[in-house]
Write a protein that binds this ligand. Structure first.
Ligand code: 5RP
Length: 236
């Protein structure tokens, strides 16, 4: 097997790249661009770097330290909220996309808080994904990641379980609890398929100790999905 993985990985990466490259076509000269986190967003970063070398002018605001490091390594010009309150377009990935509503679950990459702040400040949030992320109901494919402060974690966890979740404390590869860029923890909360994700988002955010959750309601526009047959754009 090669360093890039199995033939199935290569196929999946090719469709992720196709979706990401289609989204990067939406970037125009002079824009402030939110830079997402994850493997699909990383393909968008590569395509942006290519367009930057060809003369496209824009400023990026990264959604994680990981993305910031990759953007700097690629020579992309960055800015901050101190300089720009408003983002024209953000390109980010997702862990699950609900067909029809385009509601999302995000945060399996651990960057949900910054991703949500950047999404909220964005005029448009373009989501890029392979078609395997589409589901009829959120919660079918992925748990809902919930970022919580470390203090009182067990009490916060009990409150989330009282909402009907089975919870799992996210671990880093070394087996220690995963720490977000903000120094918080993540509880991956499985509720099963969700009948009312907007209501669940409100209930989760009401729990003391919760910083943010990975339900992104009515934010994506457009969702660009790709499969072996090609790239499809889903508008809200
Ligand atoms: C990170 C995210 C990512 O966008 C999400 O996990 C998708 O990642 P990938 O493109 O690697 O599947 O929400 O917090």
């Amino acid at each position: 097997m090669s360093a890039s993985g199995t033939p199935a990985d290569a196929g999946r990466n090719a469709v992720k790249r196709a979706a990401a490259e289609a989204a990067v076509e939406l970037v125009e000269n002079g824009m402030v661009v939110g830079l997402g986190t994850g493997s699909t967003a990383a393909f968008a970063l590569e395509a942006l770097a290519r367009r930057h070398r060809q003369g496209l002018r824009f400023l990026g605001i990264p959604t994680s330290e990981r993305t910031a490091a990759a953007a700097r390594a690629a020579g992309l010009p960055l800015t901050t909220f101190a300089e720009h309150r408003q983002i024209d377009l953000t390109i980010d990935g997702a862990d699950e996309v609900e067909r029809g509503t385009l509601n999302l679950i995000k945060g399996l990459g651990g960057a949900l808080l910054r991703e949500k702040i950047v999404a909220a400040a964005s005029h448009r949030l373009a989501i890029v994904a392979d078609a395997g992320k589409l589901a009829d109901r959120l919660g079918t494919l992925a748990p809902v990641p919930v970022e919580v402060v470390g203090f009182g974690l067990e009490a916060t966890r009990a409150s989330l379980e009282a909402l009907g979740a089975s919870t799992r404390l996210r671990k880093a590869p070394d087996g220690e609890p995963f720490a977000t860029d903000g120094g918080n923890r993540i509880l991956d909360c499985s509720f099963g398929p969700l009948s009312d994700p907007a209501r669940l988002e409100r209930r989760i955010r009401h729990v003391v100790g919760v910083v943010e959750c990975g339900l992104f309601i009515s934010r994506a526009d457009p969702v660009i999905v790709a499969d072996q047959a090609g790239v499809h754009r889903l508008d809200s």
